[in-house]
Ligand binder design. Structure first.
Ligand code: NZQ
Ligand code: ZN
Length: 392
């Protein structure tokens, strides 16, 4: 096993009606004036925004609002938020929504706490020295951004999607009421479940050494998410299934399922970020469309992990060679994706990149990763190109 740091400063407040505690939580965190940051309107339609404002009013905490965050959140709104926060003297950002609202809130927090153009952080030109405190009321179980160190932003000019990670941006608190996710379209629920699985899978398929306790947690998490994703596909109002998935989402991306593992892979994520940057598709569906092609391209270089995944997560009965078992595991996972109505190729996702666009995707992915990505197999531009081609 490898040495590791595990840092999870986020206070989790989980369960029914927990959003009523939001004002109190901001007060405890020392916030005196708040920016409420949210997306395209789901939080208004559900009445959640009004309940949150009531909770802030009860604690006499003043606030400003900035809605309009879109999936694959844009840099231009981040700039707007930075200006607003500076003008209003705001010292706390409350994200209400899914990963996009949270990531946009983190980017605003960086932009206020650091001199210069915030994009330079995402463009690897500088590193952050701080971030305004961010709190979260989560409405979509998917990205784990409510506990993660990461924020992913899309720059409209050139449609460049980049992530930046630092412990400064880990949210101070995360309010998680599984009931809030019951208004999600089925497609978003399935995308979320896929993303949650992938965050653990990216940490599972590595060649740098592993730890049994971490593997057992990871395998339990993956099995639990698959069982409950299938329940939600038929019964979206099932509270217990919503709760299992929501908590799994946070644990899957707060570092827990990678402790002691050497080298996170995250190649599927790197490949996907270019797809959602260029075609504006949902992140989880993009991951589903690429994973099988990535897996078939790399599995021989990480056979022991693919075999373990097949047997312990996908319940494949071992027969034939290790390769046969590994491939059966990959097929079984793709069958699961189909069961929850996720695509397993780009054409199923509804996008049809031209040869030039495939070249551009590989070029951008190679630049974003310094032409070296992955642990199951280290990928360079030619490998990325091949995987995109396979995923058509
Ligand atoms: O904008 P509104 O109207 O709120 O609608 C949203 C949006 O259209 C809707 N929605 C959210 N909660 C809802 C709801 N609709 C009805 N009822 C609810 N309770 O769902 C749509 C998608 O929301 P979004 O926040 O974009 O989804 P998600 O949470 O999947 O976030 C995706 C973004 O996060 C990034 C992705 O790349 C993508 O940009 N990621 C962030 C990570 C991180 N910070 O750690 C890690 C991930 O790997 C990922 O890259
Ligand atoms: Zn993800």
């Amino acid at each position: 096993m490898n040495n590791f740091n595990y840092y999870t400063p986020t206070k989790v407040v989980f369960g029914k009606s927990t959003e009523e505690q939001t004002g109190q939580l901001i007060k405890e965190a020392g916030g005196t004036k708040v920016l409420i940051h949210y997306g395209g309107g789901s939080v208004k339609r559900s009445g959640l925004l009004d309940r949150i404002k009531k909770s802030l009013d009860a604690e006499q905490i003043p606030y400003a609002e900035l809605g309009g965050v879109v999936p694959n959140p844009r840099l231009s709104l981040v700039y707007e938020g930075i200006e607003l926060v500076k003008k209003e003297g705001i010292d706390f950002i409350l994200a209400v929504g899914g990963g996009s609202a949270i990531d946009s809130a983190k980017a605003i927090g960086y932009g206020v706490a650091n001199e210069g153009d915030v994009w330079e952080l995402y463009d690897r030109k500088r590193t952050a020295t701080g971030c305004l405190p961010v709190g979260v009321v989560l409405t979509l179980a998917a990205t784990g951004s409510e506990m993660s160190d990461s924020s992913v932003i899309t720059k409209e000019e050139g449609w460049i999607k980049r992530g930046y990670s630092s412990d400064y941006a880990r949210p101070v608190f995360a309010v998680m009421n599984p009931e809030l996710t019951m208004t999600l379209p089925d497609y978003q629920t399935a995308c979320g479940c896929t993303d949650i699985l992938m965050h653990t899978m990216e940490r599972y398929f590595t060649n740098g050494g592993n730890m049994e306790i971490t593997d057992s947690i990871a395998e339990g998490l993956m099995r639990t998410v698959m069982v409950n994703a299938k329940i939600l596909a038929n019964d979206p109002q099932n509270y217990d299934a919503r709760a299992e998935v929501m908590w799994a989402g946070s644990l899957s991306h707060n570092g827990l399922t990678g402790c002691g593992n050497g080298g996170n892979d995250f190649a599927t994520h790197a490949l996907e970020h270019e797809i959602s940057g260029m075609f504006d598709v949902a992140h989880g569906a993009g991951l589903a469309a690429l994973w099988g092609s990535w897996a078939r391209y790399v599995y021989r270089d990480c056979l022991h992990r693919f075999q373990k995944f097949a047997v312990r997560v996908m319940s494949v009965e071992e027969s034939g060679t290790l390769e046969d078992t590994a491939l059966a595991g990959i097929r079984a996972f793709e069958d699961f994706l189909h069961e929850i109505h996720m695509p397993i190729s780009m054409s199923e996702l509804g996008i049809h990149p031209t040869d030039e666009q495939i070249e551009e995707l590989a070029e951008k992915c190679s630049i974003a990763s310094g032409d070296k990505k992955g642990s199951a197999k280290v990928l360079h531009k030619a490998d990325m190109l091949e995987i995109y081609r396979m995923a058509r």
